[in-house]
Design a protein around this ligand. Sequence first.
Ligand code: ADP
Ligand code: MN
Ligand code: MN
Ligand code: MN
Length: 430
Amino acid sequence: MAQILAPTAQWQMSFSKNSTNASTLTSKMWSSLVLKRKGTHKSSAKFRVLTVKAENSTVNRLEDLLKLDVSPITDKIIAEYIWVGGSGIDLRSKSRTISKPVEHPSELPKWNYDGSSTGQAPGEDSEVILYPQALFKDPFRGGNNILVICDTYTPAGEPIPTNKRHRAAQIFGNQKVINEVPWFGIEQEYTLLQTNVKWPLGWPAGGYPGPQGPYYCGVGAEKSFGRDISDAHYKACLYAGINISGTNGEVMPGQWEYQVGPSVGIEAGDHIWISRYILERITEQAGVVLTLDPKPIEGDWNGAGCHTNYSTKTMREDGGFEVIKKAILNLSLRHREHISAYGEGNERRLTGKHETASIDTFSWGVANRGCSIRVGRDTEKNGKGYLEDRRPASNMDPYVVTSLLAETTILWEPTLEAEALAAQKLALKV
Ligand code: ADP
Ligand code: MN
Ligand code: MN
Ligand code: MN
């Protein structure tokens, strides 16, 4: 960002339209431009200092207002109500004023929106009702302003079909599940694309970078693309109160990962959704396109997943490895059901290559990244710990995946016959 002297609004408009490279203009050049223009005042008092955004040449003097602290003037805050839209993966949000700072979602009013504009209701009966469910600090507006995760209902109080949180909250509200204190650590992978061309960040236009190898956790101009976005997101998540536990550059250039957790129960889904919202907002500001497609580029490139690390209380206690094996057995018997709930287009990613297991077969192993379920060396050694479900795609719904894991491993029971057969197939003794 370069600071320059500039005159009136018209001048800023014409400057931004005509200039191809604003960052190379100095304040001296500006004054000479200004002086040549007929009818402009020469007095510098008429000019205001403003900022020029170097990347797209747009003149922006709104920054001071965006940072304005309104708290000495009013108690009122801005709440950004956020919900999942009709595709099940798109996020929507709108803002409203709340009379004073709040600490719990129950202090917030329900609200509504036009569901016919989000693919969630017919035009003739378009109202969808937002129920506030979880609060986060707003890293964009700062102060006492908040981000609010909502779920969605008909006016009669029925959850609409894309409201996956409702069912998940029921499962996590089951006493048997509560007693097991389910933990989730979710590894959210994502890919950054250049605007308009839909080609990954850092890739030559219409061409390919060198093969995978140097990029994973890589540093340097030829190996790492989009670090500022990853880092801005990391801090914004910490500020918001998200249980973010780390981040790393991924195997494909332009691809990144962050981890959220361990979080308990429904919180895991809320934290992933809000972290995705923050990522959409940051990439929006940066003029970069975020995609959660599980295989954004065909060929010898790793796809994008959402590995879900999972444990229950009994898995974390002595003898837990036996409980983990029983959970793996249950998971094997419901493989198809899990796959169908683990994200759109996942068949393009789960090919059996590129650190994935084939979508058609269930497998597990210690330290094996080519399996559906991986158990870490530490877990095997300690005889307790957690498992990693490597099947979920980057565009999975965390409410669906976490609650299904809890349901299959805590609430569901196979028949003795099915269990015996599966144990034989997986070479598991349970
Ligand atoms: P990977 O080695 O597969 O890349 P990461 O380090 O990226 O794994 O992510 C592991 C995630 O698992 C982290 O979010 C971590 O907090 C979480 N995790 C650690 N222990 C447990 C546990 N007992 N149960 C569930 N999640 C856990
Ligand atoms: Mn990881
Ligand atoms: Mn990864
Ligand atoms: Mn992993």
